[in-house]
Design a protein around this ligand. Structure first.
Ligand SMILES: [Zn+2]
Length: 198
């Protein structure tokens, strides 16, 4: 269990932001996530990754969901001692995964409302800035999963990701755009992945 007095740490959100930039560098949406584990007084990184919706070709491969699945595969069905840090508020799908996995706490930067507000100003014919305006907190409460949810953490830095444009994505005859690489994982989960059920 994560205590109600839990205080998120900047370094972990900054790592999520770095992952978001790397995702942007390979042509994905610049969204990043980190999952930490509380071990006594220590909080350690278990997994960190960037969004792969575009490069995977799957619109539901949200980084929060994929990272939760990865950690669950090694640490078990339930993750009460783990904290999900994500640059963007989990959508209803990912918030649902937080309920089912019994994650210990959720920390996010920009909200789904922030995404929608930005989209109202900057949407184009090709990029509509879709958002899912069901608060993460609401989904967790409706799932009877009452854990700390801290929103707006390093919000300004996360908000800058909306306009992030990778230098490596600029057309250059001498430096072609980078292709995707494997997600970075700080330490591999112990044990073998097992089939998962609710
Ligand atoms: Zn999601």
């Amino acid at each position: 269990m994560i205590p109600a007095s839990f205080k998120p740490k900047r370094q972990f959100m900054e790592l999520a932001i770095a992952e978001a930039r790397r995702a942007g560098d390979r042509g994905d949406y610049p969204i990043g996530a980190v999952i930490t584990r509380l071990e006594g007084r220590r909080e350690v990184v278990i997994a960190n990754a960037g969004n792969r919706v575009k490069t995977s070709g799957s619109s539901i491969k949200h980084v929060e969901l994929e990272t939760l699945k990865y950690v669950s595969s090694g640490y078990g069905r339930y993750l009460p001692d783990f904290v999900l840090y994500t640059t963007h508020e989990p959508c209803a799908m990912c918030a649902g995964a937080c309920v089912w996995s019994k994650i210990g706490a959720v920390v996010y930067g920009v909200s789904q409302e922030d995404i929608a507000a930005y989209g109202r100003k900057h949407a184009t014919e090709y990029y509509r800035w879709r958002a899912c305006l069901i608060p993460c907190q609401y989904v967790l409460e409706k799932g009877d999963h009452h854990v700390p949810v801290i929103g707006g953490f390093l919000r300004d830095k996360c908000h800058q990701l909306f306009s992030y444009r990778s230098p490596s994505r600029e057309p250059s005859p001498r430096q072609p755009a980078r292709v995707s690489s494997r997600p970075k994982v700080a330490s591999r989960p112990k044990g073998r992945p097992r089939p998962r059920t609710r």
